[in-house]
Design a protein around this ligand. Sequence first.
Ligand code: HEM
Length: 558
Amino acid sequence: MSQPQVQPLGVEGSTLTSSLVTSILGVTVVLVLYHYWFQSLRYVRLTKNIPGPRTIPILGNAYMALGQSPSDVFKLACRIYEEMKSDVIKAYLGPKLVIAITSAEDAEVILGSNVHLEKSPEYGLFEPWLGDGLLISKGEKWRSHRKMIAPTFHTSILKSFMPVFNKNANQLVEAFRKEKGKEFDVHDYMSGATVDTLLETAMGVTKTSEDNTGFDYAMAVMSMCNILHQRHYKIWLRFEPLFRFTKMSFQQGSLLNTIHTLTRRVIKRKKQNYFERKSKGESNQYQNVVDSGKFDERHGLFEETQNIMTNYLRDDLDENDENDVGEKKRLAFLDFMIEASHSKGIQISDEEIKQEVDTIMFEGHDTTAAASSFILCLLGIHEDIQKRVFEELKEIFQDNMERPITFNDTLQMKYLERVMMESLRLYPPVPMIARKVNEDVKLVSGDYTIPAGTSVVVTQYLIHRNPKHYDNPLKFDPDNFLPERCQQRPYYAFIPFSAGPRSCVGRKYAMLKLKVLLAGVLRKFVIHSKTNETDFKLQGDIILKREEGFKITVSERA
Ligand code: HEM
């Protein structure tokens, strides 16, 4: 009988073990060296005293978000904030340092400055759609375009949009009528209504005009917003070489083709219209508006458009009758930009005009759709507050709930305005914004320095819920916006439209449009919601939304 053979595996096994040990040792040495090198970096040393969750080598804090849904990531961020109990928090996405600020005082240091105006690299995702438009441009280009665009949001121009806002409110009423008694996602309708309004006011196009390409355009804008959301929270899709091979990338290509083709075509036609108006001797309306006002460098707005937080929507033109600006005379933002391009001292190419119109379409759409959807859901939950809103509308419209809403009516909607502000406080459609600081910044809430080159995230969502600024921060209480209470808070404690030179240029447009759409619907319907605020599954990436949708039911008023 042959003897069992001695297995040489023992030798192989020990070789395997020793190479495993060598590899582990090697990796450990690399990690230790990496750790010491990393800790020696200037930006890491400078921010050592800023609290932040525990990191792991190489990944930093990025591991915490792996495999989580968008609403889980949002919850996680809020939990970290509660655990840290600090107004300033740091996190590392790989080696990249990100600093979040959650107090009005620090927000003012960043947003109120004329130095930290550059957006963080994450905004690059918008580039294929918006090019170098106002949202992402920087330096002199941003400054001159901002100054050029600000007058196109002058009250006299916004007033001329009232018939468009009313038409869209009526369409919403018709749509709600069909949904009576059923539970439905109100965001679908608000999104459609805001795109329609923007198409007409930004480009002078309706869904049914332009051989129905207006309709395709509206759909493309909504789908592009959706792709951007997905790329925001699916971090691997942000990596361009990888994204290029996905189905989504092809879809994006075709959507952008629809969007850009229509914008270019409309610009061409609008330019012809401009020359026709000029040949008839009509004056340059853009120049008239510019000559009537003064640009405020500090707020990046025309003076009259600036102070909605303290003066609400009132300004020196409010006493004019909105019927002065008839429908015939109405020009869209695009028409004004073309007029601007032929005004003294302004240089802007057709391609740049296209980028600015695309930017307005993007910025004005999802933000307003989310804002109005939150407001309607909140009114469905807080029936007593809805009742007060209706009482106010009854006082304004008396027994004629059918007539068009006028600009002067909107000035009387003081309680509705407070409801809107309170909803923007608790559920700001843009929950955070990010800036890249180009020089070291000292914060005021503690002995903290943010090093040059860092991305700073200003978290409106958390600032608006900071107990330092609001007594009962989680309670939905429109009276937080009574003038006397506003005066007791720092200005930067309420910044849904951001603040300072780079704040939202469309804020007054947004407030006016929201008032007309909401009042239009609320004078006809009672809104109901089965979900309470505590059950909202918030998803906070580019735009704050509810993961489960904005479900309401409506019943028609007698
Ligand atoms: C409730 C509605 C809206 C909210 C909450 C909102 C909020 C904001 C915020 C927070 C910013 C700053 C973004 C940043 O720094 O990253 C911004 C910028 C901007 N918004 Fe709005 N927005 C709204 C509606 C609109 C509308 C209706 C328009 C146009 C019709 C518009 C046009 C813009 C533009 C062009 C910018 C870029 C300004 C610049 O960088 O100079 N927004 N908006």
